[in-house]
Ligand binder design. Structure first.
Ligand SMILES: [Zn+2]
Length: 513
């Protein structure tokens, strides 16, 4: 379906602009090449491509071997590799959590009882590492309509707020699902954080409880950017946010009122003091972005770039599910990684566009957009020579013609608006255009998709971005995200759209702003 689409004599629509000149047959990405690459890239031998492990190196090597074969131009600092200095975080012996009550101290062991969240999303202050205060129980942390806010009467500020991520016994199934979901955690934390407590403890219950085991596996696998660490100033406690901890809501826990769940009224838990210290140490790790260029043909424009991005890392080994412990990341983001390889192949064989085309396979996306953070702060070309960034993350699943577009409305100051218009016009020329889903194209959508992949770091530098994704599914971040579940015809279709879009932008006289 995707071969030789352009230049078809029966094409009913005119092709816009010089970007869509006829290409040699067979140039556009094919389902066969995508399948061939992804079956290897998402195989068990890559062990889930976790950043900071030898599996990351094997995955990077796979990409570099292919780029070498295709004779692309290396644009890293060591051939195709760009070194990304990271720090591995570990918890020291000084880490402790305890509740003192009735003259005794109840320890809450790291991992078994509580998990500290040590990094939050971009733009959120770092959590503090020491917190002491009275325990204030906030119940289910939801505001009943028409009633006074129970938190108003409680001394949350400077103390420790505990909240259950769950539902009271008397709600219906729909409400229950909402109140117990993982996406209910953020709003609960924000509601307490607004009252400036020293710490927030979120106790998972019901449907969100299994999340604890998943997050627990991440406890010792946390990485952070070496630059970012230097930039943070932990000494300046004014800049720090509350300590944030996760635990499980277990009846009898010293963090819950006696008699919970029957007894779940918000209250100050008289006589209970919470004490917490998080002692972190860091050791250096070098990871690698993979960076390549196809040089543009127009000498006046070839020093400007249309960037394609994907992330080649995934989440590695996870708790076993039916005997399988490898999170293959076929869709996340094996699909984007092999799509970029096919684009690199296509652009190197096609008539060269006027601008240059930049390909970046980012590392450390799953650890907090670390590779794109480093790349955009240490780009091998001036950052403002990148005229647009097109990010593909999870593009091989769900209904054949559905595709989410994020950027035109979500990015600040309308910086991606023109890119959205170009996308729409290119899509209209496809024999089977996608029906775009724009529900996530908002900076305030509760799923926060705009902040959840590498394009965000480019957008922060003022670069127009488009994030393309076929969306979430039941295998998201599970060991079942496997290559046989990918719709390769769809993946090729998305990849063709990206190819046409990249050409259109690269051949425009003006930047898409
Ligand atoms: Zn992911």
């Amino acid at each position: 379906m995707i071969l030789a689409l352009v230049g078809c004599s029966h094409s009913p629509r005119p092709l816009p602009g010089p970007g869509l000149a006829p290409q040699p047959e067979g140039v556009t990405p094919t389902p066969e090449e995508l399948r061939r690459d992804l079956i290897v890239f998402a195989s068990d031998s890559f062990r889930g491509r976790e950043t900071g492990t030898p599996d990351e190196r094997r995955a990077a090597h796979f990409l570099v071997a292919r780029l070498t074969e295709l004779q692309l131009l290396p644009a890293g600092d060591s051939g195709f590799y760009q070194r990304v200095p990271l720090l591995r975080q570990s918890f020291g012996a000084g880490t402790r959590f305890e509740v003192s009550m009735q003259g005794r101290t109840v320890p809450l062991p790291l991992g078994d009882a509580l998990l500290p969240i040590t990094r939050l999303g971009p733009g959120t202050p770092s959590p503090r590492r020491a917190a002491d205060g009275a325990l204030v129980f906030a119940g289910y942390g939801v505001q009943a309509a028409g009633k006074a806010d129970a938190l108003d009467a409680l001394p949350v500020t400077g103390n420790v707020g505990g909240v259950v991520n769950g539902a009271p016994p008397d709600v219906d199934a729909t409400q229950r699902a909402e109140l117990e979901s993982a996406s209910a955690i953020g709003p609960r934390v924000q509601r307490l954080a607004a009252r400036r407590p020293a710490a927030i403890v979120v106790l998972l219950s019901g449907a969100s409880a299994p999340l604890y085991a998943t997050l627990r596996t991440d406890l010792t696998r946390s990485l952070t950017g070496a630059d970012r660490m230097r930039a943070a100033a932990p000494a300046d406690s004014q800049q720090l946010g509350p300590m944030i901890l996760l635990g499980l809501a277990t009846p009898g826990s010293p963090l819950l009122p006696a008699g919970w769940p029957a007894n779940s009224q918000p209250r100050l838990m008289a006589g209970r003091q919470f004490h917490a210290r998080v002692d972190l140490s860091f050791s250096p790790v070098t990871s690698y972005n993979v960076v390549a260029v196809v040089r543009g043909r127009d000498s006046a424009l070839a020093d400007s770039y249309v960037a394609f991005g994907a992330h080649y890392d995934h989440i590695g080994i996870q708790p076993a599910q039916n005997g399988d412990s490898i999170a293959n990341g076929a869709d996340d983001d094996g699909s984007g990684s092999v799509a970029l390889l096919a684009l690199a192949r296509a652009f190197s064989q096609a008539r060269r566009p006027r601008r240059s085309v930049l390909f970046v396979w980012h590392v450390g996306e799953e650890k907090g957009l670390l590779g794109s953070d480093y790349f955009t702060n240490h780009p091998p070309m001036p950052i403002d020579s990148i005229v647009a960034e097109l990010n593909a993350d999870m593009i091989g699943r769900n209904a054949p013609d559905s595709l989410y577009v994020v950027g035109p409305m979500a990015a600040p100051d309308g910086q991606s608006r023109v890119l959205g218009i170009v996308l729409d016009s290119v899509n209209a020329t496809l024999p089977q255009p996608f029906s775009f889903n724009r529900t996530w194209d908002s900076p305030t959508h509760p799923e926060r998709i705009y902040y959840r992949s590498d394009h965000y770091n480019y957008a922060r530098k003022g670069i127009p971005v488009l994030f393309l994704t076929t969306g979430l599914h039941e295998d998201y971040h599970r060991v079942t995200d496997e290559a046989w579940k990918i719709d390769y015809v769809k993946l090729a279709h998305v990849d063709e759209l990206m190819f046409r879009l990249g050409e259109a932008i690269a051949n425009r006289d003006t930047r898409p702003r």
